[in-house]
Ligand binder design. Structure first.
Ligand SMILES: [Zn+2]
Length: 76
């Protein structure tokens, strides 16, 4: 799996919305790729901040923005 594929699925991964197979692929990539690991902890931090202030799930618009941000940061 490539970085951009991981990043494309990262929000869903953090939401627990990926199937087992995809989850394993993403986790396998994260073990090898520090760049993507950083993105995950960054996203997790943002999601946690949001969750603390609100009982609602992340709005779709915010998810899309974060996904765009991550894609921009990917140069591989
Ligand atoms: Zn990567």
């Amino acid at each position: 799996m490539k970085c951009n594929e991981v990043k494309k699925n990262l929000m869903n991964y953090l939401d627990g919305k990926v199937d087992k197979e995809l989850r394993l692929l993403i986790e396998g990539h994260l073990n090898k790729c520090s760049t993507c690991r950083e993105q995950v902890s960054l996203l997790n931090g943002i999601a946690d901040l949001y969750r603390k202030d609100s009982p609602f799930p992340l709005p779709q618009s915010l998810k899309e923005e974060l996904t765009l941000l991550i894609k921009k940061s990917c140069k591989k």
